[in-house]
Write a protein that binds this ligand. Structure first.
Ligand code: FES
Length: 98
């Protein structure tokens, strides 16, 4: 085993979980939110700096879609297309571009 530092400055977790009950992020456009965030980071050429990852249930299913950002300690709930720009602005604060 090797142990190294995290190879990204930030990691954005987007819950894509689907539940049979229907109360889940997947039923609230989470795939689209994930895709848009990922595409925006890639468009900036930051995909080696900021990782946008698919996440399983984060136990806030009724508030979905949920997005959390490390190490910023940010949690976004009920995210819609209109929130993408705000989240991106928050994410980009503090990113050091080499
Ligand atoms: S399904 Fe997303 S938090 Fe549970």
């Amino acid at each position: 085993m090797e142990c190294n530092n995290v190879p990204f400055q930030k990691i954005v977790f987007v819950c894509l979980n689907e539940r049979e009950s229907g109360v889940c992020c997947a039923n609230h456009d989470a795939e689209n939110i994930h895709a848009r965030l990922k595409a925006a980071i890639k468009q900036r050429g930051w995909d080696t700096l900021v990782r946008v990852s698919r996440a399983g249930c984060m136990n806030r299913c009724m508030l979905g879609p949920n997005v959390m950002v490390f190490p910023d300690n940010r949690w976004y709930s009920g995210v819609t297309d209109e929130d993408i720009a705000t989240i991106l602005d928050d994410i980009t604060k503090g990113v050091v571009v080499p």
